[in-house]
Design a protein around this ligand. Structure first.
Ligand code: ZN
Length: 223
């Protein structure tokens, strides 16, 4: 805890003064560019990764960067998505998975969740990911299976995102783009799904977004 309190002191005495204008402007309103949906994992830092400042990203985090499909019961994810699109009018939504994701390890090894009933329940939102893995990637080594599972899960969650009316409406107006990313903790690389090639490419080389339903089982898909 001391590390956190010392950090707040350094922020107030050093950083805040230098960016006072920014914080005064942000006190009045926020106009984020993007909704950034990622895992709760402590090793993922969206603002560090994208070199953005407070006010740039509206961030939604949970275990496994999962997006429950739209339904009659509205949870925290649906509320955040609706607010980001309808009120803040973000232009982009990024779903960002990451390597060595514990939630995805658990998806591949459900027995590990026997003593974690809440997590087990939450990860039912990755059931489609588990089925894709069981059906199409049975022969991979454990390491490759985790890597592919992380990538496939981001695409599954992009599909779930499209069940939200605010998302679909903004996409049909041409005012919203969706992006499937995977952050590689060990290398600092960010890979983005490119819907033209059906593969994850370095973010600078990938297309401008996943506007259409991606064909995640494309024969060109690199695993
Ligand atoms: Zn994770």
């Amino acid at each position: 805890m001391k590390k956190l309190i010392d950090g707040i002191h350094r922020f107030q005495s050093g950083i805040f003064e230098g960016k006072k204008e920014l914080f005064e402007r942000l006190a009045k309103r926020q106009e984020p560019d993007a909704l950034f949906i990622t895992c709760s994992d402590s090793r993922v830092s969206p603002t560090l990764l994208t070199q953005t400042v407070p006010g740039d990203l509206f961030i939604l985090r949970n275990a496994g960067n999962l997006i429950p499909p739209y339904g009659p019961l509205h949870g925290a994810e649906a509320a955040a998505i609706e607010y980001a699109i309808e009120v803040l009018a973000v232009k982009d939504v990024i779903v960002c998975g990451h390597t060595y994701c514990g939630a995805m390890k658990a998806v591949l090894d459900p027995a590990s969740l026997d003593r974690l009933p809440a997590m087990k329940g939450w990860l039912t939102y990755a059931e489609a990911t588990r089925r894709v893995m069981d059906t199409h990637y049975e022969d991979l080594s454990n390491e490759d299976r985790l890597e592919v599972c992380i990538e496939e899960n981001v695409l599954v969650q992009i599909e779930n995102l499209k069940t939200h009316p605010s998302v679909l409406a903004a996409m049909s107006r041409g005012t919203l783009r969706l992006h499937a990313w995977v952050y590689e903790i060990e290398s600092g690389n960010v890979m983005a799904f490119d819907d033209q090639t059906g593969q994850y490419l370095p973010v600078a080389e990938a297309g401008r977004g996943v506007a259409e339903r991606p064909d995640r089982l494309s024969p060109n898909r690199e695993i």
